[in-house]
Design a binder for this molecule. Structure first.
Ligand code: HEC
Length: 174
């Protein structure tokens, strides 16, 4: 055999073999898998988008570590002050209060309960709308503290959780 020819081919073949093994090893270790990696990122982004777009849950679960005593206090305050006109899931004189935490922020609700006519008079769009919707029947003002109102709101949330069994709402057995 021609020795010069072998001297040329052998290193070339060896080189090819090394490259092939190298590519194989890289693909095994995932170094060449650019595509699946970025695909994974896409999937994560997609999941993030759909999470952001997902409808909010029907009930907002009580904050973890909610004090059951605060819920019980809210229960008593609700029965003493609100229950004559409000139920959680039914319209009585005023609207059903289920889903309240989803509709209104605490910073709206506290002044409302203290003095709803003041909120209506301020021109607050939501307040005016609901006031008109309920035949301009004024809700009484309540001399309750912010904390007492928060307790009532916690109680409302605990009850809507119990009624719909939709979330880990706190269930109060009394
Ligand atoms: C005498 C009846 C009456 C009592 C008592 C009463 N409310 Fe109301 N409430 C209403 C009416 C009527 C409305 C509808 C708005 C309006 O007409 O001003 C309303 C509206 C509300 C709203 C707005 C509801 C929504 O869907 O956005 C909240 C919150 C509320 N009341 C909480 C309370 C709380 C808390 C208490 C007890 C501390 C209470 N209410 C006591 C009659 C009452």
């Amino acid at each position: 055999m021609n020795r010069n020819w072998l001297e040329l081919v052998f290193p070339a073949a060896l080189g090819l073999l090394v490259v092939t093994i190298g590519v194989f090893l890289m693909s095994m270790t995932g170094l060449l898998h650019e595509e699946p990696l970025s695909l994974e990122n896409d999937v994560v982004e997609l999941a993030g988008d759909s999470l952001r777009a997902a409808p909010r849950p029907a009930t907002i679960p009580l904050p973890p570590g909610t004090d059951p005593a605060a819920v019980a206090a809210g229960d008593a305050l609700f029965k003493g002050n609100c229950a004559q006109c409000h139920a959680i899931n039914d319209v009585v004189v005023g609207p059903a209060l289920a889903g309240l935490a989803k509709r209104r922020s605490e910073s709206w609700l506290i002044p409302w309960v203290k003095n709803s006519s003041k909120v209506v008079a301020s021109g607050d769009e939501y307040a005016v709308k609901i006031y008109n919707q309920y035949q301009k029947q004024q809700m009484p003002s309540f001399q309750l503290s912010d904390d007492e109102i928060r307790q009532i709101l916690l109680y409302v949330r605990s009850q809507e959780g119990a009624a719909s069994a939709a979330g880990p709402g706190l269930v109060v057995v009394d």
